[in-house]
Write a protein that binds this ligand. Structure first.
Ligand code: NCD
Ligand code: ZN
Length: 431
């Protein structure tokens, strides 16, 4: 397939931003120039739109195997494509968890057959994600995991975590940790504070995150492991990561669109779609997270796409599972609240959503001649109202439903194949 993208504002991910045409030939970017004309190519008019390196989500729950009623690799990657993502790294808290080569092979095979964007499996740190016995990391790495994580099931024993990191370092695997001390989060369902008290809901204190984060930083220092902090949510966490970076610890961090834009005030109506781990915090935390992004303490924006069924969420707040379906609103949420308000530039958005997550995962990305054509075309000015029923994801659990947002994904191109086009139905066919 040959594609020419005409007249878009190209942000290449390497510092460049200019109006140009892009020529894609059989999956590879062959030209970036003014006025490219090629016979028998599909022409996409991108006048007034941005042409960006495909977004990379380093924290997605695809739910397959085991929880196909919540999401499948097919629906999850369709959701990713609709959100402008060309690659997603999927978390191992499936059933069975991604804790052995066979499950890695299974996820890769299904993704190859049914996935519409690239899928990079993340392996479990411990067998069954039980926090007791470490996985066979050499085998997991050979099978193709890009990182290891305990996401959803934090490892409570410091001794086990140290072993995980020691071996992880040996196999040069990225350690993605969900920082939560269960003895502090307990039965909590939302941020500890005045609103939890008013609503009569049990709180999750910020210390639950910060204590575990501090422990993990200390263990990363001791072992030399490459540490990545999942879904940072508090001001204190930003400060701990900032200090660790100053000390030269090998550490990176991500923040979600919802933690950057919502607070525990969103829980007022007991909408279970606001129930997420870590919980939505306070205005002061949101400001610290934005500051952390801007000064480079936080490297990436990741969705933590955690789809659940309507029935799962149609229960009292206490009983509902944690999680927000985030792939299809990530770009517009960040564009609306941070770019259009002048807090960050579109170039910075590209760093947080495309280039930095790719770098942390060790994959290449960016628009240059000779590179794989993983590209997203967005209209940053178009306004729309979020309608969860229109999500490709099976997870309709979004706190943004009904909200007016700015920024629409027009096309998602993965390895030179158009995998999403606004208002168009798609079947996966290779051309
Ligand atoms: C995640 C899930 O549902 O798998 N939920 C969430 O609220 N983030 C697990 C997790 O990341 O803790
Ligand atoms: Zn988590």
């Amino acid at each position: 397939m040959r594609i020419v993208i005409k007249n878009g504002i190209v942000i290449d991910g390497f510092g460049g931003e200019e109006k140009a045409d892009i020529f894609i030939n059989y999956g590879i970017i062959k030209g970036i120039d003014k006025n490219i004309d090629v016979s028998d190519a599909i022409v996409i008019d991108a006048e007034g739109k941005y042409v960006l390196p495909g977004f990379v989500d380093m924290h997605t729950h695809l739910r397959q195997p085991g929880f196909e009623e919540k999401e499948t690799i097919k629906t999850g990657t369709e959701s990713a494509a609709a959100g402008g993502f060309t690659t997603v790294a999927c978390m191992p808290n499936t059933n069975p968890p991604i804790d052995s080569e066979v499950v890695v092979e299974y996820v890769k095979a299904v993704a190859q057959r049914e996935g519409v964007v690239k899928v990079l499996p993340i392996g479990a740190m411990t067998k069954g994600m039980k926090g007791e016995e470490i996985t066979e990391m050499a085998k997991l790495k050979k099978a193709g995991v890009v990182a290891l994580s305990d996401d959803g099931f934090p490892i409570m024993s410091a001794g086990i975590m140290k072993r995980v990191m020691t071996y992880g370092k040996m196999y040069d695997l990225l350690m993605i940790t969900h920082c939560e001390d269960k003895t502090l989060s307990g039965e909590g369902v939302m941020n500890s504070g005045i609103i939890a008290t008013m609503l009569g809901l049990k709180g999750i204190p910020r210390e639950a995150e910060e204590v575990m984060l501090a422990r993990n930083i200390i263990l990363a220092k001791a072992t030399g492991a490459k540490l990545h902090i999942a879904h940072v949510s508090t001001k204190g966490s930003v400060e701990l990561i900032r200090r660790a970076k100053e000390e030269g610890v090998s550490i990176t961090a991500e923040v979600t669109p919802h933690h950057l834009t919502l607070t525990d005030e969103a829980v007022y109506n007991y909408d279970t779609n606001t129930k997420v781990f870590p919980p939505l915090r306070t205005r002061e935390d949101v400001e610290a997270l934005i500051e952390g992004l801007k000064d480079g303490t936080i490297d990436a924006i990741a969705t933590d796409h955690a789809p659940h069924t309507k029935d799962d969420k149609k229960v009292p707040y206490d009983m509902a599972p944690f999680g927000i379906s985030g792939l299809e609103t990530a770009f517009s949420v960040i564009n609306t609240f941070l770019v259009q308000t002048g807090i960050i530039t579109m170039k910075a958005l590209v760093n947080y959503m495309s280039m930095n997550p790719a770098r942390i995962l060790g994959i290449s990305n960016g628009i240059r001649v000779g590179a794989t054509a993983d590209i997203v075309i967005v209209n940053p000015h178009e306004e729309y109202t979020v309608d969860k029923e229109k999500f490709k994801s099976k997870g309709k659990n979004t706190p943004y439903h009904g909200m007016k947002l700015k920024g629409v994904v027009e096309y998602t191109i993965v390895e030179g194949q158009i995998r999403y086009q606004k208002n168009k139905k798609f079947e996966k066919v290779e051309i």
